[in-house]
Design a protein around this ligand. Structure first.
Ligand SMILES: CC(C)(COP(=O)(O)OP(=O)(O)OC[C@H]1O[C@@H](n2cnc3c(N)ncnc32)[C@H](O)[C@@H]1OP(=O)(O)O)[C@@H](O)C(=O)NCCC(=O)NCCS
Length: 207
């Protein structure tokens, strides 16, 4: 497979755009069981304000993300965020997901290497994942997750995700989609009795 990091930046951007287009075409409007008027597409810079507003509503629910981000916009854009998708209907942003590099600090990199037996460069972290509360349970989260997984696999990377034990809905969805809990560790203040869960999605079985 071509090592895209060896290509010039404009060519890398062109490849990323093509892949996003392929993911959108592959999912199409109303992929899976998503309502047919909901569209999943790559996030554009003009989506950021709406995504940050929706994130504000999710933060107010109190379970995700933990710890609360100081700047919602900064949390949505980096560090390490490589790609992001949104779900929208009639111009209203309904959900968001991103792919990011994992192991940005030494401890996290060591954990991921130990848990997966792979270099962190071979992994793609699914993160920044949330759906507007009034449209949950309609398959929008599943479609966003499919978009991120499709892209990770197209890049030859293994999808992984780290989530807090408080994210009950997220954990249920990942497990339904075949993700495997590979490790967990306590995090945050002891009084909060929070754990971080490390999930890995194995490659689909080939016949
Ligand atoms: C986790 C989250 C993103 C899931 O989004 P969602 O749009 O509700 O996800 P889906 O609709 O695809 O799946 C949720 C449930 O609806 C069910 N569902 C999917 N399509 C459906 C449909 N067409 N009709 C009815 N139910 C459906 C799913 O099977 C799933 O069932 P479950 O609750 O028994 O697991 C959302 O709950 C959320 O934003 N939570 C707060 C933030 C968060 O915790 N993020 C995840 C961090 S790890």
């Amino acid at each position: 497979m071509t090592d895209v990091t060896q290509l010039t930046v404009p060519v890398q951007r062109w490849i990323a755009r093509r892949r996003r287009h392929d993911v959108e075409r592959h999912l199409g409007p109303g992929a899976g069981s998503t309502p047919s008027d909901v569209r999943i597409r790559g996030r554009r810079s003009h989506d950021l304000a709406a995504a940050a507003r929706l994130l504000g509503l999710v933060v107010a629910e109190g379970q995700y993300p933990l710890p609360r981000p100081e700047s919602r916009r900064a949390w949505l854009t980096g560090p390490g965020i490589q790609d992001a998708w949104i779900a929208e209907r009639d111009g209203e942003l309904l959900g968001h997901i991103a792919l990011s590099r994992v192991g940005l600090d030494a401890v996290s990199a060591m954990r991921w290497r130990e848990v997966t037996g792979r270099a962190t460069a071979d992994l793609a972290g699914v993160s920044r994942f949330f759906v507007r509360s009034r449209v949950r349970g309609q398959g929008i989260g599943t479609s966003l997750l499919q978009a991120a997984v499709t892209e990770a696999r197209a890049r030859g990377l293994v999808p992984v995700a780290e989530m807090m034990s408080a994210s009950r809905d997220g954990i249920r969805l990942y497990e339904k989609q075949g993700w495997r809990l590979a490790a967990m560790y306590p995090c945050g203040p002891r009084s909060a009795s929070l754990e971080a869960y490390m999930y890995v999605l194995a490659a689909p079985k080939t016949r």
